[in-house]
Design a protein around this ligand. Sequence first.
Ligand code: ZN
Length: 255
Amino acid sequence: MSNPASPLRVLVWDENPGHVPQDIYPEGIRETLAKVLSEKSLNASWGNSLALQTAHLDQPEQGLPDALLAETDVLVWWAHLRHAELSDSRTAAIVEAVETRGLGLVVLHSAHYAKPFLQLLKATGHLKGGWHENGQPEEIRVCAPQHPIAQGISDFTLPEEEMYGAPFDVPAPECLVFQSYFPQAQRFFPSGLAWSVGAGIDPNFASGPGGGQGQGEGQGRIFYFRPGHEAHPTYFHPQVQALLLNAVCWAGHRI
Ligand code: ZN
């Protein structure tokens, strides 16, 4: 985990997607997210600072050389069509960093099929209630207002998003921070999920006095946020931007 006195080092990675509409994201997904997080952090009153970098799948070592991972506190991940191209070597390096040294992982939208996410959660990530790309309203409710990721966030509606339907084939989260409802499809989906994994978890612990680490809580923090289909300007929504900044800070153990 990072030194709290130094900037939180955030790497925004994407698959270098060729299918993201230019009129929605003229700078692409990763650069948009990096800019948003940087600008938001400068305006925030919480006193932390972020050091943002971006990387992508088509770079050497798929944008994830060991030296860069070693200097990263939080990895933000957006991918859609190219999950299978991520090498076993890079997948293993990320999994190890999350599990053994508490690298934070913020997983966005279609990255529910990202290899590191699935390996860390030992899940399939399937959307067993299906999906639909017809662009419909998504109502997002704050379920855990006390959670650090929900600070300053109130219920909001995205006017157009891709619909995902539950059940979502992942383990039960430690906290369901946000829940979505799609009124057009009349479907629900858990849209903001927080887990911890890795070092600190006692594999033999079942239940007992709630003590967190040393029992069932690990130091690697993972947050999944459902919205972010490339055909809609979701990452320009102020509530989404605010909660993503919170998510990065939470995954990096700063809040
Ligand atoms: Zn999508």
